[in-house]
Ligand binder design. Structure first.
Ligand code: PZK
Length: 306
């Protein structure tokens, strides 16, 4: 964890009737309190903040409505995926302070695995491929470059690293060892199908989903889709009309932020280890507009700010 980062827990709000449980980079978890004031063990409140991460920093400038846009997008995807996989959503009836950006969910026994699927080659998957032609044990065709579409989505699980550290690729055999053969196979099958379904839907709306990370939990006998799903925070969204394999693709949501941060205008040196400066209003507004655009293009709905 970089010392200049705000303490994630400090960013969580005080919600009467809920106990703060945990904070990630951009989201916070609470447990509803029962009549006796004790945390319930069967539900959680998942709250998406407006925080944005870029170059592994949480920027000090929040993006207005980002948390609500991503929460509404996840809820929409859960509906689109309903026939493939059950999900953890219980209710969107949440405290007014977090209305629109929080969801009450079933508390599950989470799998100790980040379930990642890749439909296009980039990032860590590209680096593995360049080393020996395999990604997560899967042999890929020769001649693929940054941004190439894969013949079909592949499952490339990773370990869950503590906040501030990077997830590491996890061999499929380790997934089997951790959760058993049957659950590992089901998680792999569901993760790749979620990305395939996501891309079928998104392609028609001019967005490519290069890869995605999903989380599953177990409730009794059932594997349940948890967390957020197919959002720009959990996935790489690319504008389809600019897709051109052979170089790094522009990010649908963070392009303006990244471009400004690395431009002389920001006065920031990525290599310095210093926290990035606050975003100018124009960059902030354009970035907010990209999140809203992704939501509106994918869902066909108009985003209405709370
Ligand atoms: C759960 N996270 C990740 C998300 C954070 C951390 N339905 C569930 N049941 C039990 N646990 C979780 C979930 C979900 N979703 C998710 N950690 C635990 C996470 C948001 C903020 F700080």
């Amino acid at each position: 964890m970089t010392s200049s980062q705000p303490d994630a827990a400090a960013a969580a709000v005080d919600l009467p009737g809920y106990a703060h449980v945990h904070s990630g980079k951009v989201r916070d978890l609470y447990a509803p309190l029962d009549a006796a004031g004790a945390p319930r063990d069967d539900q959680l409140l998942l709250v998406a903040s407006d925080r944005l991460s870029a170059f592994d920093f949480i920027l000090e400038t929040p993006i207005p409505d980002k948390g609500a846009v991503l929460t509404q997008l996840s809820l929409w995807w859960f509906e689109q995926l309903h026939d493939l996989v059950p999900n953890h959503v219980v209710s969107t009836d949440v405290p007014a302070q977090v209305a629109g950006r929080a969801v009450l969910v079933r508390r599950l026994e989470m799998l100790p695995v980040e379930c990642v699927a890749r439909a296009y080659l980039t990032g860590g998957g590209l680096r593995e491929y360049q080393a020996d032609g395999h990604v997560s044990g899967v042999r890929l065709p020769d001649g693929l470059v940054d941004g190439s579409r894969l013949p079909e989505p592949i499952f490339t699980p990773s370990t869950k690293a503590p906040v501030g550290e990077h997830d590491q690729p996890m061999p499929y055999a380790d997934v089997v060892a951790a959760v058993g053969e049957r659950t590992a196979q089901r998680a792999k099958d569901l993760t790749t199908r979620i990305l395939a379904r996501g891309n079928e839907i998104a392609a028609a709306r001019g967005i490519l989903i290069a890869d995605t990370k999903v989380e599953f939990g177990i409730d009794g006998d059932e594997l349940v889709l948890a967390d957020e799903v197919l959002t720009p925070d959990s996935s790489r969204f690319w504008p389809a009309d600019q897709w051109e394999p052979g170089h790094t693709q522009p990010s649908f949501d963070k392009e303006y932020v990244r471009e400004w941060l690395i431009s002389p205008a920001s006065g920031w040196d990525k290599a310095s280890g210093q926290a990035p400066p606050p975003l100018p209003d124009e960059v902030l507004e354009r970035t907010r507009a990209k999140y809203v655009e992704a939501y509106e293009r994918l869902t066909g709905r108009t985003f209405v700010a709370g």
